[in-house]
Design a binder for this molecule. Structure first.
Ligand SMILES: [Zn+2]
Length: 508
């Protein structure tokens, strides 16, 4: 298969060599294919077709295949008018030299004069085939006057004229045009389908390839066969007949999952030194910061999905079992959701930041204490419990959920029984607060009891000492000061201060 470029560049034209030539070769568009084939079989040929869908998913290829089918000299309706591929007409269309199949780029021929020219030309019958086919790519780029000029022609064309429009932006095509076309929506091609095609190409060309590496190429191409071919060619050019994930990572500056696992584990262990060292190491290996952020966001997204029961490799990006078990076991889904959020915010932040690296490191820092993060919902539950205790203490102000707390307050050993009766609002793993800031979940006084019980203990103590010097009574951020009648209001203040994230504890 060596061509005039020599051995090293023989795969540089994968996209054109593997361009589908029959409907059956059109990957991942089964619905479109079967509908078109059926209508051809039944002799229903529309004046105009409109192919819409993302880039690189086969619209132009489908248009050419359709054009060939319409003009093939040997195909039979019984066989769905599938083009033979060898007659003069078929070959001319494939080579782009057919006088009856005209491809027009809508982006550069978008004026009303361009359309007028088409209108003049359609009066001439096809030369060699049955139909004169106009393929207009990126049709949404036509000016509105051009669309208007086109409208009349689509509506009442000579019987031998077929228009095939292709667009990536269907919403920009006027409704008047859409309604006169037979419409087909092309889909993104799935990772599995792309991987399968790449596998076949490797087999055809005797290239060894790791499954993981082909999977990565397929995933990176985000549903576009064209992008997959381009990336594949790039990888082949430096892989020397053997495609390996490791080589791809080194050459293209990609973070391997092993590194992401290591970083996630260091963060899960709250090991700041190891985490920042890993960040430095990964950046040193030539990974772009933006890519790092995207990969880390994707990594935590995958953990989040696994936590929610998703196991499909094509959704996760990797097989679920190769993600860090430690990270998965450390975090619940609320904290994983927060991790994705942190990384997405980080990505948004880098655009206006003094330093992309600072943004990344700040995000990683947040991931390091993620185990101690408390969600607004958890905090609210905790505050609700605490208010229940206070409401029970202040006669008549009790809310519905404070029954247990009220009885507990009424009891002699109030603190202990309140702790026992109430639903624990927080994640349980207690750890000693470091520095001044601790998450509300870990907030406790001396005995590590629940927030609600703590509240109650503070209030009980205040009730007994009231306006005296209160050396022995813990203060809580200044929130629970003064007379007990003011307490609910103080709690409101307290809640508004914390913003659902972190609170400071003072036990002075
Ligand atoms: Zn033919």
């Amino acid at each position: 298969m060596a061509d005039r470029f020599g051995e090293s560049s023989r795969f540089e034209v994968t996209a054109s060599r593997y361009r589908p030539k029959t409907f059956d070769e059109l990957a991942g568009q089964e619905f479109v294919v079967s509908t078109i084939k059926n209508s051809l079989k039944n002799g229903h040929i529309a004046n105009a077709y409109l192919f819409s869908g993302p880039r690189g998913c086969g619209k132009t290829s489908a248009a050419r295949i359709l054009a060939r089918s319409l003009n093939c000299t040997t195909n039979k309706p019984e066989s769905g008018l599938e083009a033979c591929g060898v007659c003069d007409n078929c070959r001319a269309v494939s080579a782009g030299s057919s006088m009856d199949v005209l491809e027009i780029d809508g982006a550069s021929n978008n004026s009303v004069n361009d359309v007028r020219q088409i209108k003049d030309e359609v009066l001439f019958a096809p030369q060699a085939g049955r139909y004169k086919v106009y393929i207009i790519d990126e049709v949404h780029m036509l000016s509105s006057s051009a669309f208007n000029a086109l409208l009349k022609t689509i509506e009442e064309p000579p019987p031998y004229i077929v228009f095939i429009f292709a667009t990536t932006e269907l919403h920009k095509v006027p409704a008047t045009i859409k309604s006169r076309c037979q419409q087909f929506n092309f889909r993104l091609i799935t990772v599995e389908v792309i991987q399968g095609i790449l596998k076949k190409i490797c087999a055809d060309n005797k290239i060894q390839a790791e499954d993981d590496a082909l999977f990565w190429i397929a995933r990176e191409s985000t549903g576009s066969m064209r992008d997959a071919f381009t990336l594949f060619d790039q990888v082949v050019s430096f892989s020397g007949g053997k495609i390996e994930s490791k080589v791809i990572r080194e050459k293209l500056g990609i973070i391997g999952l092993d590194k992401l696992n290591a970083l996630a584990e260091a963060c899960a262990e709250n090991d700041a030194a190891a985490s920042f060292a890993l960040v430095d190491e990964i950046l040193d290996s030539g990974v772009a910061i933006e890519q790092f952020i995207i990969d880390l966001a994707g990594y935590y997204r995958s953990l989040l999905l696994i936590k929610n029961g998703i196991t499909r490799e094509s959704i996760l990006g990797y097989r679920p079992e190769i993600f860090s078990a430690k990270a998965l076991n450390t975090y619940d889904f609320i904290r994983l959701e927060q991790a994705v959020d942190i990384m997405l915010n980080c990505y948004r932040g880098i655009r206006y930041s003094v330093s992309e690296r600072f943004e990344l490191e700040t995000a990683v820092s947040k991931l390091i204490w993620l185990t101690k993060w408390v969600s607004p919902a958890e905090l609210k539950a905790a505050i609700d419990d605490a208010r229940g205790v206070i409401g029970g203490f202040k006669a008549g102000a009790a809310n519905a959920s404070s029954g247990a707390a009220m009885s507990a307050v009424a009891g002699a050993n109030a603190g202990a029984s309140a702790g026992a009766n109430q639903r624990a609002p927080f994640s349980p793993n207690a750890s000693t607060p470091q520095g001044g800031a601790v998450p509300a979940a870990k907030m406790s006084f001396s005995d590590g009891s629940t927030l609600a019980a703590d509240f109650q203990r503070v209030i009980s103590a205040r009730g007994s000492v009231k306006d005296q010097e209160e050396e022995d009574v813990p203060l809580w951020n200044g929130a629970v000061h003064g007379k007990k009648e003011e307490i609910p209001e103080q709690v409101e203040k307290f809640v508004s201060k914390i913003h659902g994230t972190i609170v400071s504890q003072s036990t002075e």
